[in-house]
Ligand binder design. Sequence first.
Ligand code: ZN
Ligand code: ZN
Length: 437
Amino acid sequence: MKTALYSIAAILALATTPAFAQLPAPLKTDVTTRVNAMYPWLDTVYKDLHAHPEIAFQETRTAGKLAAEMRKLGFEVTEKVGKTGVVAVLKNGAGPTVLVRTDMDGLPMEEKTGLPYASRVRAMSDGRESFVTHSCGHDVHMASWLGSARTLVELKSQWKGTLVFIAQPAEEIAGGARAMLDDGLFKRFPKPDYAFALHSWPLAHGTVGFNSGPVSSNSDTIEFVFKGRGGHGSAPDKSVDPITIAARFVVDVQTVISREKDPKEFGVVTIGAIQGGTVGNIIPDSVLVRGTIRSYSPAVRAKLLEGVRRVANASAAMAGAPAPDLKFISGGEAIVNSEALVNKTEAVFRDAFGAANAQRMPAMTASEDFSVFVNEGVPSMFFFTGIYDPKAVLEAAREGGKPIAFNHSPFYAPVPEPSIKTAAQAMSLAVLNVLGR
Ligand SMILES: [Zn+2]
Ligand SMILES: [Zn+2]
């Protein structure tokens, strides 16, 4: 009977203490005030990182800077986790462990923004020298990551728990999260109860976007070699032509999307490269075709992979050619956000930024390897923060309006101050909201 009474009391206690209590109003104001006050520091760090981008798994200067700043803030910092990754831990009493991720890598492309702090850095990428640019906003993520860390340190008396701030390498090649995990991220350091990451997105600055369920796509890369039998262009009957086989495949593979996939479900097949032949009068021996397959659900993913394989084999079989070499390379799974965590965070975002500036948005069709951490069973939330002048965003949405630069554009140019401030505030609030008090 005693135990029964005890359980009833426990249930009553649970019912009266909502699992997701709201943040006290002064704490919200405190976050804004502190982020505003520290902004000059964040601006300096941001412009330095922007001007010195580094390619995936080469982020040594970047990692060194972040590690030094986190040590100054009082975090216990470990470097070279997953090649160039950084793990910064701050223990502050009994409470939940919360992970916050930033990515660090730039892209092998030339920046054309003309900004005074634009990158002119060059580096070796894939055996070729290339310009390097932060054209995906990872510099915004790093600056705001530092901003949230410092805000949480300054507000240390107001929460209990453990912070695990990680700076992940090689997000762009979907390799860094796996490298950190394989290097013992969740064994050598506290495993998180919650994980957060944000990504800058071409929304108006001052706004945040999010959703529960899948928010990024499954990604699979294909590398197919269609084989024929080379010969003279004037005598196709003496050869097997892999150019026509590849051409048929490139066209027919789109019927997997238009005729086989459920039209209500998201799925894309893009062939981005074809390489074969040298001159007009030689039928080559083989043709290389590369592409990407994107989806949200595991069922659609399986269906697309099977369909693409079947069309490739059939294209070769129709020509009486040898079976093609079909290579599928997994580029990672979709990020599936925790519904409970998103609902809880949504309430705080709406309260802090206003309902109009904190809205649900559709999943992105791009992929992100933050899913590697989520798939370790960590309730997580990956959300988006705006970077552009609201007027420019409105203009771009107008029919015939001037477009704004999307991620990976050489003209990608976030407006630093409002973008970094919003990101730092949003992340600080999301983390405070799940920490103990
Ligand atoms: Zn990117
Ligand atoms: Zn990115």
